[in-house]
Design a protein around this ligand. Structure first.
Ligand code: NAD
Length: 331
């Protein structure tokens, strides 16, 4: 099998090369993101494209890939909002993904963001390096006893709920599918509105779908508590960022931590330190002292990278043998 990787970073090369020892496939790594300009980079004989979260897989691009001989889209990610599944199905091009790869990685990163934001670790780090040992402005609050609202209690949200229960928080959640094990552990389910209204901290763990796009918007923010902490490690499109900027300016949102951003494909995973950023919403967002941003690194642990590489190659092996993959994305 000849597999072409788009958006490949050095860590992709490292982990996929290691996992491939078992398979012996031919792997070719391109650092470019997949878009309409570079489908021509597919070489004869390559039948699989391995793509990541910001690679574009819309109908015209899928068609171009198909015409170049690609027969399988292997996502090395859980989310598949960047793929036109209908177009892929009409080309009879299966799409496989890695549904779960250390959900602990993302849940723990969410907790890291919350703790860092609340206790101002990012400020303290800089202060100490400047020999400034004062505490003014570093005040946080006890998480113990606070109400944490979780939207989406799948693999990642469930682990996040359990960690927050361990902190002694009250955890309320909204998901169409209630998890009885979480209920038994002490999570109470409520409507999305009730979660927005009651939570001191809100964390988003649902996928990006037409139903969840801009789930956090001016209307839902208005329902939230004054000073609410908002966390998003799922997908940028869950948040209407200009509305959040307005709420940060007014103080209605007390702090924001995000690992994802709606327009992240233009920014994340690139070194733009010498560039002029053209995205004014982003530029405003990073000026707030109560905003912490990481560039989509929630998944970035040794365990998750190992699992991603192994599951992706397993998915490709299933395709090669004509076997159905349990990880195929269906419409
Ligand atoms: P999952 O499929 O296990 O869980 C998603 C949950 O969201 C499900 O329980 C589902 O019922 C629920 N849901 C769907 N629509 C909803 C809605 N409208 N309102 C409330 N709940 C809804 O997915 P997961 O593995 O827990 O991942 C969650 C999301 O995290 C992914 O979709 C992905 O976007 C994101 N993610 C981010 C990173 C990162 O590095 N930051 C890594 C992996 C996944």
């Amino acid at each position: 099998m000849h597999i072409l990787f788009y958006s490949a970073q050095p860590y992709d090369v490292k982990y996929f090369t290691a996992a491939n020892e078992k398979y012996g496939y031919h792997l070719r790594f391109l650092e470019y993101p997949l878009n309409a300009d570079n489908t021509a980079l597919v070489k004869p004989g390559e039948t699989v494209v391995c793509a990541f979260v910001n690679d574009r897989l819309d109908a015209p691009i899928l068609r171009q890939l198909y015409d170049k001989g690609i027969r399988l889209i292997a996502l090395r990610a859980a989310g598949f909002n960047n793929v036109d599944l209908k177009a892929a199905a009409s080309l009879q091009m299966p799409v496989v993904r890695v549904p779960a790869y250390s959900p602990h990685a993302v849940a723990e990163h969410t907790v890291a963001l919350l703790l860092g934001l609340n206790r101002k670790i990012y400020k303290a780090y800089n202060r100490i390096r400047d020999n400034n040992f004062t505490l003014n402005g570093l005040e946080g609050f006890d998480l113990y006893g606070k109400t944490v609202g979780v939207i989406g209690t799948g693999n990642i949200g469930a682990i996040f709920c359990r960690i927050m229960l361990g902190f002694g928080c009250r955890v309320i959640a909204y998901d169409m599918h209630e998890d009885p094990r979480l209920k038994a552990a002490g999570v109470s389910y409520a409507s999305a509105d009730a979660v927005f209204e009651q939570a001191d901290i809100i964390s988003l763990h649902c996928p990006l779908t037409p139903a969840t796009q801009h789930l956090v918007n001016a209307g839902t923010i208005a329902k939230m508590k004054q000073g609410v902490f908002l966390l998003n490690t799922s997908r940028g499109g869950l948040i209407d960022t200009p509305a959040v900027v307005d709420a940060l300016k007014s103080g209605h949102i007390g702090a924001l931590a995000i690992d994802v951003y709606e327009q992240e494909e233009h920014l994340f995973f690139h070194d733009l330190s010498g560039a002029i950023i053209q995205d004014d919403v982003w530029s405003r967002l990073i000026t707030f002292p109560n905003v912490v941003i990481t560039s989509h690194q929630g998944f970035f642990t040794h365990e998750a990278l190992t699992q991603i590489a192994e599951t992706t190659l397993h998915n490709i092996a299933c395709f090669e043998k004509g076997l159905p993959s349990e990880n195929q994305v269906t419409l």
